[in-house]
Write a protein that binds this ligand. Sequence first.
Ligand code: DX5
Ligand code: ZN
Length: 223
Amino acid sequence: MNIQIAPSLLSADFANLNNDVKKCERAGIKILHVDVMDGCFVPNITIGPVVVESLRKRTKLILDTHLMIKNPENFVEPFAKAGSDWITFHAETVLKPLEIIKKITKLGLKPGVSINPLTPVSKISQYLDKVFLVLVMSVNPGFGGQKFMPSVLSKVRELRRLSDKSKNKFKVEIDGGINFDTISDAVGAGANIIVAGNTVFRSKYGIKGSINRLRIAAKKTGR
Ligand code: DX5
Ligand code: ZN
């Protein structure tokens, strides 16, 4: 299986963002994970469309935009305009998921849906044929550097089975607490996009060194 590591900019140096982005590019990264928080759905505030707009001017990497916000439908257009490529909303925040999926798709972007650690796969099963990716949170969203919750691995396994047997081979992304030890369990369970913040941007090995170490550790699963 093709495994992609998506560095989460939340742990990058915001005063030197472009520098960190270029280091990711040089390490062969294809996807940057952009965490958007509103201080309402989650207890933290991060970045908005203006930052995506600036990033878009500097990089061609896929901007994987993770909306941890209430009323995400209001921000689909602004992020699309700013240059996001993928937009993922939280299943816990919407009453009409199909409408927002349609909105994202119509704008030519890839739609994703995310579930918190305690949200079951059944909450999203009716529209798995319409999403490009499912993002499984392996920490409670809000902050980088939290501890991986192995209890979510059964959902990753379930989603991998569902993706493999469906026509719409949606990607299974995992986000939160990924490090050199936990990555093998996540990949072994079937995740193929691996978000990592602190491990990429704050480890002693540097950005490139950490990404390489994550890639090596990911291969230890036999998938
Ligand atoms: C958490 C965010 C994550 C976070 C991951 O709410 O959605 O993307 O940045 O950071 P680490 O890898 O440090 O847990
Ligand atoms: Zn995220």
